[in-house]
Write a protein of this length. Sequence first.
Length: 119
Amino acid sequence: QVQLVESGGGLVQAGGSLRLSCAASGRAFRPYRMGWFRQAPGKERELVATITWTSGSAVYADSVKGRFTISKDNAKNTAYLQMNSLKPEDTAVYYCAAKVAVLSDYGYWGQGTQVTVSS
């Protein structure tokens, strides 16, 4: 059974940094792509960044470009989201997710980790 476990959330002042981790467990689990999503209170869930597992190709939402970096460690089956220059509007629950094929949905989700940025 595949599990995604996030860590690294917390409270930080505006301008600060946090690094989120998402560890994927499960026998022989090899994602095609992993992504970070976030959901703020009263708002819809939005895509933050994705990374393709084999190529390392990354895609970012416009709102985080230049501030956030998604990366991976294939050996650890772990994805990371380095968040710099955080803003109060980045406050949300952050979720990692994985898909196993290019046309599949994000079928695996973590439990979420809270990120709060104070002004």
